[in-house]
Design a protein around this ligand. Structure first.
Ligand code: SF4
Ligand code: SF4
Length: 182
């Protein structure tokens, strides 16, 4: 019998850097949404999206926080787009040791975009009035087995987070990952 296929919703935010005017509304709403308690403060350093701004060179690059990287990369890339040269790390989504982006300012723990879990649409997209950020959803087929194991892992992580608190879990994972690399 052929493998059972299920569909999974893939959420994507498309970034059009040409339309970004550097207003930073996305940073404000993201950090307010993730404040404890919610909306009690806004500090762009807690935002999971940061806008790399160089107004004199007319450069505005909205970047989403992605995976944590325990070490700096050995080689870097330079990009020239429409005659503008972008800094080496301008498009990188990682929280890494070579820059201050995407680190929770009090704990130093890495930040990652969670697509505003629980909201119908990502808030940064809603607040971007010039449509530099647009939200897309598509259905993709996945193996049922694969889907189940991801669900199982998520349930396990949720129960651990309930028991010990999310920051304790992240702290432990960051320490384990550093030990493994060291
Ligand atoms: S809200 Fe939109 S225009 Fe403003 S900084 Fe963010 S991406 Fe750019
Ligand atoms: S989708 Fe939500 S969590 Fe991700 S950067 Fe935008 S506002 Fe922040």
């Amino acid at each position: 019998m052929a493998d059972e296929k299920k569909t999974k919703t893939i959420k994507t935010i498309k970034v059009n850097a040409d339309l970004c005017n550097g207003c930073r509304a996305c940073e404000m709403i993201c950090s307010a949404f993730h404040a404890e308690p919610k909306y009690s403060s806004n500090n762009p350093e807690r935002s999971r999206i940061r806008v790399i701004r160089e107004p004199l060179r007319d450069q505005y690059v909205p970047v989403y926080a992605g995976e944590y990287a325990g070490a700096e990369c050995a080689g870097r890339d330079k990009y020239v787009i429409d005659g503008k040269e972008y800094d080496e790390c301008a498009f990188c989504r990682a929280s890494c040791p070579s820059r201050d982006l995407f680190k929770e300012p009090d704990s130093g723990l890495p930040l990652k975009c969670d697509m505003c879990e629980g909201e119908e649409e990502p808030l940064c997209v809603k607040w971007c009035l010039v449509d530099a950020l647009t939200y897309e959803e598509r259905e993709e087929e996945v193996d049922e087995e694969e889907e189940e194991s991801v669900e199982e892992m998520e349930i396990g992580l949720e129960s651990l987070a309930e028991k010990y608190g999310l920051s304790k879990i992240m702290e432990t994972v960051a320490r384990m990952s550093a030990e493994k690399k060291g």
